[in-house]
Ligand binder design. Structure first.
Ligand code: SF4
Length: 728
């Protein structure tokens, strides 16, 4: 935006303000407000280092920020932090650009034109919060608290968002986990009674990855541990229809047919049982349902699996034997992004059961029982009892999905309920740091749902696609300008603290939640004066002051011993690892993992696969100009033979069309993908004009994805979307 355009825009805003009593702002002139609007472009000449926590993704790595003359000059990894051991990934390194982005929302905004028109006016915090609270109260008074939905990402202040929702009395809460790992969570809950066991990479001798692409979906310390593991000689086998970067580092890449991973694992189970390669003592002592499993997998021979998954029977047999020989220091990884097919729950159950058969539970190189076991007990807030939430949840948890944790939810079903109005109609949505418009399948349907709501408020640092369709944007300070709740990891407590004062008229989510609660008459539920008061309360059980913690960056609890006494107490109905699930049996379903035939694309269509790149985080970082320099847009990967047949070359524009949408995207012709698949990195194709660098860059997978849901885990079956490809 040139200075002349800025002045012109400001003059137009002033004129409108004079005539209408409003300072009308479009996103363009809103974003043109530069650092002169900042509260604190510090003038000091000091040079200092501040220890804090990264938030360029959800992994929470330790950061040491170098500040000179009030400006953040460099971010480095904190060597004392177990999540990253001194290293930052590309996204973490680019955090400074997130802080200083010209597209930050700099003050509260209230919609001043039609929803989604991009017309806003500046508001004071008092006005924006009062307006938000009034709209929420209006919905509650007229339709009940249940008509208000709440949505938040996994973050350090999420527990306080959940207090706000519970105090309000709504049962409707969602995260975006049903677009990621609900199948893994429920598969392991049904088997071990824990949603997410850890993995001991350090001692592992044999690893099978199915949906964990650690070289691109970076989870810092795990990525480092995977690289060390490979260098150490651990055999890594990757099942992936695409030659991912993790596959490129593995000993063996198996380009499996999409949706058939459970056939592969059922056949591995078949071989291990038939050849008696399992740990018989462990199975006898700690599991139940073995006989049912033996009966079920009898028919799943490697030859049968080869017909399904297109991995040679001899390869499956060999891997089964190698895997069992490495036990218990062998892991079939639980995986993360498992939102692939309606049978993904069965795949995760087969993986959970396979780990049980080789007895790797709580063994070096195997599954780690419970990552929560080391969590230090922080001080908690005392508040009045929560009111009883009225009504069932709109996402079907738990009545339809009995083992999906309440805090995970099934977000695509929430969206569909807005449109259907059944079993009752949602009227409002408060969304904190989430972007459902770009994440939920069938983007247009999601936009339609937003247009139907009475009220939408969004808390974010930038004008995300969802914020663009909101009525109020409550601007949050970036992670380098704010406090969040404390984070205990192992025997240490870490702090996210401001590296510099907020540049603009923004607040931490801790204060936004608290002040909104006060406007709603619910202030007693978040009883802290400010962030430091809250953190001091959390720190109360420990002999360290907040000032000391801020200086040190973390506190190590002395004489801390890990408690392994409950490692073999499984929180399942039987108290054992359930090879045959009691709950599945109670629901009248097959209790052991079973084969569920996935759909295949009809002639002329391709599986649409989506995944990550190491340079971006879901749909959050595409507006970061530093990251755009290294990964400027997503492309459609297609196999050389398909490209030759269709006359497509790399860099050509191609049209992908599914049953629900159509996008144009640049082609990447490669041998590194099965001929029946198209792959694209997710998170591009933004519709918000407030994201000036990312707007319309690349294409959105959510515009193509169909809404199909795994009936057991609530996971979105994203890969059951088939597309045609043609030259644009
Ligand atoms: Fe930040 Fe990267 Fe760590 Fe995520 S993995 S918290 S982006 S450094």
């Amino acid at each position: 935006f040139s200075r002349r355009q800025f002045i012109k825009g400001a003059a137009a805003g002033a004129a409108l303000g004079a005539s209408a009593g409003l300072g009308l702002l479009t996103p363009d002139n809103m974003l043109a407000v530069d650092h002169s609007a900042s509260k604190a472009a510090a003038k000091s000449t000091e040079s200092r280092k501040v220890t804090t926590i990264c938030e360029q993704c959800v992994w929470r790595c330790g950061v040491i920020a170098k500040v000179e003359n009030g400006t953040v000059k460099k971010l480095e990894g904190n060597p004392d932090h177990p999540n990253n051991m001194g290293k930052l990934c590309p996204r973490g390194n680019a955090g400074i650009e997130t802080l200083y982005s010209p597209d930050r929302i700099k003050f509260p905004l209230i919609r001043a034109g039609a929803r989604g028109s991009g017309l806003w006016r500046r508001a004071s915090w008092d006005e924006a919060l009062t307006y938000t609270a009034d709209q929420m109260k209006k919905i509650k008074d007229k339709y009940g608290a249940k008509a208000m939905m709440f949505n938040s990402t996994d973050n350090l202040s999420q527990p306080f968002f959940e207090i706000l929702l519970k105090a309000f009395g709504s049962p409707n809460y969602g995260t975006q986990r049903s677009l990621c790992f609900n199948a893994m969570t429920t598969g392991f809950l049904y088997t071990y009674g824990v949603p997410q066991p850890g993995t001991d990479y350090k001692h592992c001798k044999y690893m099978i990855f199915m949906g964990r692409n650690l070289a691109e979906g970076i989870s810092n310390n795990e990525t480092q541990e995977m690289i060390e593991m490979i260098a150490r000689g651990t055999k890594v086998v990757v099942l992936d229809p695409r030659f991912s970067k993790t596959a490129s580092k593995a000993a063996e890449w198996l380009p499996i047919r999409p949706g058939t991973d459970s056939a592969f694992f059922l056949a591995i189970l078949h071989v291990i049982i038939k050849e008696k390669l399992y740990k018989a003592d462990f199975v006898k002592t700690y599991t139940q349902g073995f006989d049912d499993l033996v009966q079920e997998v009898k028919e799943y021979t490697p030859e049968w699996a080869e017909q399904k998954c297109e991995i040679p029977a001899a390869t499956i047999e060999r891997i089964a034997r190698e895997f069992a020989a490495a036990a218990p220091a062998a892991i079939a990884h639980p995986n993360w992004r498992t939102s692939n097919f309606k049978n993904s729950f069965q795949t995760e159950r087969a993986i959970a059961v396979l780990n049980a058969l080789i007895g790797n539970w709580a063994q070096p190189g195997g599954l780690i029982p419970d990552q929560e076991i080391n969590t230090a007990k922080l001080g908690v807030l005392s508040h009045p009892p929560f009111p009883q939430a009225q009504g069932i949840r709109l996402d079907g948890v738990p009545w339809q999905y009995p083992l999906v944790p309440l805090s995970y939810g099934v977000i695509q079903t929430m969206r569909d309920n807005i449109l259907s109005g059944k079993p009752y109609e949602a009227k409002g949505w408060l969304i904190s740091r989430q972007n459902p418009i770009l994440s939920i399948p069938e983007r247009q349907k999601t936009i339609n749902a937003f247009m139907k709501l009475d009220f939408v408020a969004v808390i974010d640092i930038q004008a995300s696609d969802t914020a663009y369709y909101a009525d109020v944007i409550l601007p949050e300070s970036s992670y380098l300008e704010r406090y969040d709740g404390l984070i205990p990891i192992g025997n240490k407590i870490f702090i996210r603290q401001p590296v510099i004062d907020p540049l603009y008229d923004t607040k931490s989510s801790l204060m936004i939640y608290k002040e909104l609660a006060e406007k709603l008459g619910l202030g007693d539920f978040l009883p802290y004066k400010d962030e430091r008061d809250l953190l001091a309360k959390q720190l109360k059980p420990f002999p360290i002051t907040l000032d000391e913690l801020e200086r040190a960056g973390h506190y190590a609890i002395p004489n801390f011993h890990e408690d392994h006494s409950k490692d073999f107490e499984f929180q399942t109905s039987s108290g054992k690892i359930e090879l045959a699930s009691s709950i599945m049996a109670q629901m009248g379903k097959k209790a052991v993992p079973t084969w569920d035939e996935p759909p295949r694309p009809p002639e002329g269509r391709y599986y649409l696969l989506t995944g990550k790149t190491a340079q971006h985080t879901q749909m959050f970082t595409q507006n970061n100009r530093w990251l755009l320099e290294v990964f400027p847009e997503n492309r459609a990967w297609l196999h050389t033979s398909v490209a030759a047949r269709l006359g497509i070359k790399t860099d050509d524009d191609v049209v992908l069309e599914s049953d629900v949408g159509k996008v144009t995207i640049k082609a990447q012709v490669t041998e590194g993908i099965r001929p029946d698949c198209i792959f694209m990195v997710g998170g591009f194709g933004h519709v918000s004009k407030g994201l000036r660098s990312a707007y319309k860059l690349g294409a959105s997978d959510s515009a193509l994805h169909k809404t199909v849901t795994d009936p057991l885990s609530g996971g979105s079956a994203l890969s059951e979307t088939f597309v045609t490809v043609s030259k644009a």
